[in-house]
Ligand binder design. Structure first.
Ligand code: 5GP
Ligand code: MN
Length: 347
């Protein structure tokens, strides 16, 4: 990995103990976004610096146990406090996203703030001008992996608590070292995190095996009653309406991981999940195998982006059925038309 150590260390060297640092993960934060944010909180606080994490919306319950999570200011619930914190920020650290649209309404607060910005991210195609210093490494598994490299490169102490957060982000973004984990270096990093005496079993239990009964039954309903296969037999989709979410007492995070399930079916190369978060607003997730760029597809039809094999987007001001119809009409020709696929995949 090519880290510009000089640029990164001079960014941090200018910070003094009286400065306010604000750390921001993306909206609907996953384990990597929260793990990296809390690791930066721990590591910089341990150096005597003043740090606050401001998150656009609430955390899913499988992330709330992480060290420092109860100190996070949630913009959606504490808008005035979040706005004050951002207007007093001297430095802002943006984690696990590379376009300011990914933080929703907080975008304008960040743009208004005079705080100097640094970004650490692993998604391809960063927007220009997101931060003064943009550390973008699409080759790494996660922002947690990238953050740990930076912390080690700069010679900073990484506590057991920070290691717990970093390990969590690596495990959630790789699906327990299932994908994006072919580079040997990641295993050396995991070993160094385990050497910090983290409680690996506890972490796995909290992240992956603490589901509510409702979430489990919602998965059952989705897989049994709602899974559709498109004519190519290579694409699966699940669409869940607001009424269905309500029936299973949906709370944030309950559909996390559902989009991956159809990819375990032999022959399925593309999976999509449509969630009607509220009437007229559909959140979409895409997953694929191999050289099928769902980030380009999402960018073209659902105003989104992400990684080649894991992307997301949105569909606004229209019913769920319209989002699903658009997908059914366009996905196979876009992804399986080989000339286009090769062209997109080579980006
Ligand atoms: P998920 O499907 O788990 O929500 O997201 C998968 C990937 O796509 C993540 O890397 C996430 O950052 C990205 N992603 C999800 N939603 C959006 C979106 O609306 N816009 C963009 N640009 N990326 C998204
Ligand atoms: Mn990530």
């Amino acid at each position: 990995m090519m880290l510009d150590k000089q640029t990164i260390s001079s960014f941090f060297n200018q910070i003094s103990a009286l400065d306010n640092i604000v750390v921001i993960p993306h909206k609907d934060p996953d384990g990597d976004a929260i793990g990296s944010s809390l690791a930066w909180l721990q590591v910089l606080s341990d150096q005597g610096l003043r740090v606050t994490v401001v998150c656009p919306n609430e955390l899913s319950s499988n992330l709330k146990w992480m060290p420092g999570a109860n100190e996070i200011v949630v913009y959606k619930q504490q808008q005035k406090q979040a706005a004050d914190i951002l207007s007093n920020a001297n430095y802002i650290i943006l984690l696990d996203f590379n376009a300011l649209t990914r933080i929703g309404e907080m975008k304008s607060l960040v743009e208004k703030s005079s705080g100097k910005r640094i970004m650490f991210d692993h998604h391809p195609f960063p927007d220009a001008g997101v931060a003064d210093v943009m550390v973008s490494e699409p080759s790494v598994s996660s922002t947690c992996e990238l953050s740990f490299s930076v912390m080690e490169t700069l010679g900073w102490a990484v506590s057991r608590e920070a290691a717990t957060c970093l390990y969590s982000g690596i495990m959630t973004d790789t699906g327990l070292l299932n994908h994006n984990s072919s580079r040997p270096e990641i295993y050396h990093m995991v070993a160094r995190l385990v050497e910090k005496e983290i409680d690996k079993e506890f972490i796995h239990k909290k992240l992956f095996y603490s589901n509510s009964l409702n979430r489990t039954r919602l998965f059952g309903h989705a897989l049994c009653n709602k899974l559709e296969i498109l004519p190519s037999q290579r694409v699966a989709l699940i669409a869940l309406s607001r009424e269905e979410l309500d029936r299973f007492n949906y709370t944030i995070g309950d559909t996390e991981g559902l989009v991956n399930q159809p990819l375990s079916i032999e022959g399925i190369d593309v999976a999509a999940l449509f969630i009607e978060k509220e009437s007229g607003f559909v959140k979409v997730s895409f997953r694929s195998r191999g050289n099928l760029p769902v980030n380009s597809y999402s960018g073209k039809y659902f105003g989104g982006g992400g990684h080649k094999n894991a992307a997301g987007g949105e569909f606004n001001n229209a019913p769920l059925s319209e989002a699903v119809n658009l997908f059914k009409k366009t996905v196979e020709s876009f992804l399986f038309n080989t000339s286009k696929t090769n062209e997109e995949a080579s980006v």
